[in-house]
Ligand binder design. Structure first.
Ligand SMILES: O=C(O)[C@H](O)[C@@H](O)[C@H](O)[C@H](O)COP(=O)(O)O
Length: 223
């Protein structure tokens, strides 16, 4: 793991957007398409605001979430909604969106179709992850019902229910995340920095983020 500390979050978001755009551009030099997976939640919005204006051949970029809450796009809990509003806009509106949600009461009903649709985009070119103070990443939560499958299984996508998550989730597995050509984790604040340090000494069952730290660049700003 490599840690980059920034003087403030605003600078971090802009520099990280540049880094992601540069990596996508490089991937497009050698491949017909490039794939980008990004988290939802409250942290990455400003990265999306910069990245969406990056000058690259977005029509050849396939964009997806690292994980989704099982709620329709009309919900303000929908990560898809965040992506449409802040990333898949401006120049990036030409990108192809690969959904992790479909209209059905539970994720299990749609899991095979959603997994088949994303299989063509693997290995992912660039992955950006977030982390919770409970040391979850993507929707791989401590105490989740399918934690073993998400951490050590061969499935691409896993449906999850977890005490720390108010609705069912769907998440890329650790296998998919770890196969990515490039992986970044973005966190803000002292609490998450302490959680990251604690996670490094714990098994993935207790600290799921530790399963994806090898080879990952962590970007941190205090505020
Ligand atoms: O749907 C989600 O919630 C995310 O993809 C999740 O993994 C997120 O990255 C962390 O929970 C951090 O969330 P915050 O950025 O809101 O702290």
């Amino acid at each position: 793991m490599k840690l980059i500390e920034y003087p403030d979050a605003e600078i971090m978001m802009m520099e990280l957007a540049d880094t992601l755009a540069g990596e996508l551009k490089n991937a497009l030099l050698v491949h017909d398409t490039a794939s980008l997976a990004v988290p939802g939640g409250t942290t990455p919005g400003p990265i999306f605001d910069s990245l969406c204006a990056a000058d690259l051949d977005w029509a050849r970029v396939h964009v997806m979430l690292t994980d989704e809450r099982w709620v329709p796009e009309t919900s303000d809990r929908s990560n898809t909604r965040l992506l449409r509003e802040r990333l898949l806009t401006d120049k990036a509106s030409a990108a192809q969106y690969v959904p992790l949600y479909a209209d059905a009461p539970t994720p299990e009903e749609k899991l095979p179709d959603l997994a088949a649709a994303l299989a063509d985009d693997l290995p992912l070119s660039v992955v950006l992850l977030g982390m919770g103070a409970d040391m979850h990443t993507a929707s791989i939560f401590p105490g989740a019902d399918q934690l073993d499958l998400a951490l050590a299984g061969d499935d691409l996508l896993v449906a999850m229910r977890a005490p720390g998550a108010p609705e069912p989730r769907i998440t890329l597995s650790a296998k998919v995340l770890n196969a990515a050509m490039s992986r970044h984790l973005v966190i803000i604040g002292a609490e998450k920095r302490a959680a990251l340090e604690k996670a490094q000494g714990l098994p993935a069952q207790e600290a799921p983020v530790s399963a994806i730290l090898n080879g990952t660049t962590v970007h941190w700003a205090e505020r």
